[in-house]
Design a binder for this molecule. Structure first.
Ligand code: MG
Length: 372
């Protein structure tokens, strides 16, 4: 089964005001539509646009189809674009809803196992009135009433046939499906799945985006330094007596370098060499805590804290075990985190390879950064 997505974005959205239609207005730094497209990551998206918006849409990286005069004509244009591509399920979405969750997509796709269609909705919980000229003129029984949302999900062939047969004027795709006799399951919708309609909705959507769970980032780092003549090595900020030293431009603290690169990696901000070029003489013999402090500082500036890190040193000698607790404590001190968020461990390579022949030490590190 292959699932594709149609995002209807050809509307002009007159209620919102503003120079550009609401689906193209910025929300948390990018167009509303870019959020909607991102929500369907990994699925092919057909974006149905108004011809006037072609230039705006070109950078979004999805297939573009020109819409019709009304919403249902636009959706039909999207469906026709997918006909014959092997798609078996389609999610039809309103481009003015930027906050679709993966959980909601999952519930919809699952419901298609047993139904022709499935659409999210929320049961009406407020009392419903009729009003005339600002005066309550009656009440409406809310039992069995739902507030409909999108995406609305369908098996592809029946919804294509339903749209082709429909005479037009439908408010949404569920109406088209029902007119063709398809059964549409109601799936639990989400209060956060807002439809941006009024100017104040943007502030609500931004607040939801800000509070939407945490951003977790994982990075890895790897480093190697060769042995040279000497009587100690620096490993994870601890001076360890040894019958050799490590060769390097800085203090050659291979473990701290791997960890620093893991943090830069989690931030997608390059590596030590980018921030501290080895060609720059001012870093000659530098203590590596400068690098680690810099990486953690970048993380802090970007709003991230270190959730944990794990460093593995690969060497036959010196023995790391007796120093591991000191290394943990020193890394934690530099990064200003609790020591139980820092792991330092070691392995030999069974006398194989360059580490096994004691030509140098290798280190691997993983770091998890969290922004909440
Ligand atoms: Mg290094």
């Amino acid at each position: 089964m292959t699932t594709a997505v149609i995002i209807a974005a050809a509307g002009r959205g007159s209620r919102m005001g503003g120079e550009v239609p609401k689906q193209w207005q910025p929300l948390a730094g990018k167009p509303v539509l870019a959020h909607a497209i991102a929500a369907f990551a990994g699925l092919p998206v057909v974006l149905v646009i108004h011809p006037d918006d072609r230039a705006r849409a070109e950078g979004l990286g999805v297939r573009l189809v020109l819409g019709g005069a009304a919403r249902d004509a636009s959706v039909l244009a999207g469906l026709e674009a997918l006909a014959g591509t092997g798609v078996t399920r389609v999610l039809i979405h309103d481009g003015a809803r930027p906050l679709v969750s993966r959980a909601l997509i999952g519930r919809l796709v699952e419901a298609l196992e047993t139904h022709d269609g499935a659409a999210p909705a929320l049961a009406v919980t407020d009392a419903l009135w009729r009003g005339t000229d600002g005066i309550v003129s009656g009440t409406v029984d809310r039992a069995g009433l739902y507030r409909a949302q999108t995406p609305q999900a369908f098996r592809f062939a029946p919804i294509l046939a339903a749209h082709r047969a429909h005479r037009g004027g439908a408010l949404d795709d569920v109406q088209v499906a029902r007119a063709a006799g398809l059964d549409v399951a109601i799936v639990e919708g989400e209060e956060t799945n807002l439809k941006l309609t009024w100017p104040g909705d943007f502030a609500r959507a931004e607040a939801i985006l800000r509070g939407q769970g945490m951003d977790v980032r994982l990075g890895n780092g790897y480093d190697v330094h060769a042995f040279c003549a000497g009587d100690h090595v620096w490993l994870c900020g601890v001076k360890v007596p040894h019958d050799k030293a490590l060769l390097g431009h800085s203090d050659a603290d291979v473990g701290m370098h791997a960890l620093t690169d893991a943090i830069y990696g989690a931030l997608a901000m390059g590596d030590i060499g980018r921030h501290f070029p080895p060609s720059d003489p001012q870093w000659k013999g530098a203590a590596s805590h400068i690098f680690l402090t810099h990486a953690i500082g970048l993380a802090t500036e970007a709003g991230y804290r270190l959730a944990n890190c794990d460093v593995t040193l690969v060497c036959e000698r010196p023995k790391i075990g007796p120093h591991a607790a000191d290394m943990q404590a020193e890394l934690a001190r530099i990064m200003r985190v609790e020591a139980d968020r820092v792991s330092v461990k070691a392995t030999t390579s069974e006398r194989l390879g360059f580490t096994g022949r004691e030509e140098g030490i290798a280190a691997l590190a993983t770091a998890t950064l969290v922004r909440s």
